[in-house]
Design a protein around this ligand. Structure first.
Ligand SMILES: [Zn+2]
Length: 276
């Protein structure tokens, strides 16, 4: 090894070490910030704001609300909210989104959103360019109008108007729960909703998912009234997201008409919203 390659090696090793050190410093800073957030009391005006704006929060048992509070604080410290198209992000927006996102993980894995860096918030529905390949392999390009999007595990995009419309009681529409359910599925590589992904732990869930998905497709084909959003017929991926909305928004109806699906989701989220 000549001097030059020794120098190069030293630079590479040094650079690698620096990157590792920077990574460790970054996660140590994140840990410190989390610890500080966890020890701070939850502001009374935040509780009042949630009480006032979010029927789902009003329904939650007190003990659950208290368990959510440190998670919400950590979420708000970790995740950057970005207002798009001139939208000014308020405390209300951040809180309403954070509390519903954290509800999905409070009894599962409090670190499930660790790689989530940002929530992009549009004032209303937004347009994205999409390319789609049909069965013949022809690629189509076009625009889609969306109320929410969860593409990867680093960011989630939401329409604030749709977040507000989700906070209306009596229907099963909830774009926040929908997109964060996709996030949880994405964070395990889509295995939750991929019926070909054989995992012993997922067998019972996949059986129920398959049966309920087929049943929804059949009911929609027959033109019947359905409890679960017909959008769920798009794919098992979408079915899981809309079933999650129904589980939290109209839990008693879901438990009555789809007991097996309700039981699986209750096990998955570790929560029993029909009993709240
Ligand atoms: Zn979806």
């Amino acid at each position: 090894m000549n001097n030059q390659s020794q120098l190069l090696l030293a630079v590479i090793v040094g650079g690698g070490l620096l990157a590792i050190l920077a990574g460790q410093l970054w996660s140590a800073a994140r840990e410190r910030r989390r610890a500080a957030e966890f020890s701070e009391p939850f502001p009374a005006q935040w509780r009042a704001l949630l009480e006032e704006t979010l029927p789902l929060y009003r329904r939650m048992p007190k003990a659950l609300r208290l368990r959510l509070e440190p998670l919400v604080r950590a979420f708000l410290a970790d995740v950057r909210f970005v207002g798009c198209q001139g939208l000014e992000v308020t405390d209300e927006m951040r809180l309403v989104i954070a509390v519903q996102a954290c509800l999905l993980i409070v009894e599962r894995d409090p670190r499930a959103y660790e790689s989530l860096a940002s929530v992009l918030l549009y004032p209303d529905q937004f347009i994205v360019n999409e390319t789609d390949e049909d069965e013949a392999g022809v690629v189509h390009e076009g625009e889609s109008v969306l109320s929410g999007q969860s593409l990867d595990t680093s960011r989630i995009v939401l329409s604030w108007r749709d977040v507000q419309e989700s906070a209306v009681e009596g229907d099963a529409y909830n774009v926040v729960l929908h997109e964060f359910a996709h996030y949880l599925d994405n964070s395990v590589g889509g295995t939750l909703t991929d019926l070909t992904a054989r995992r012993a732990a997922l067998e019972a869930w996949h059986d129920v998912l398959h049966r309920e998905y087929e049943a929804l497709c059949d009911a929609v084909d027959r033109g019947e009234d359905v409890l679960i959003d017909p959008y769920g017929t798009e794919s098992t991926v979408e079915f899981f997201a809309v079933a999650t909305e129904t589980f939290f928004e109209t839990p008693r109806e879901l438990r009555e008409h789809h007991p097996a699906l309700y039981a699986e989701l209750k096990g998955f989220y570790g929560l029993d919203p029909a009993a709240w």
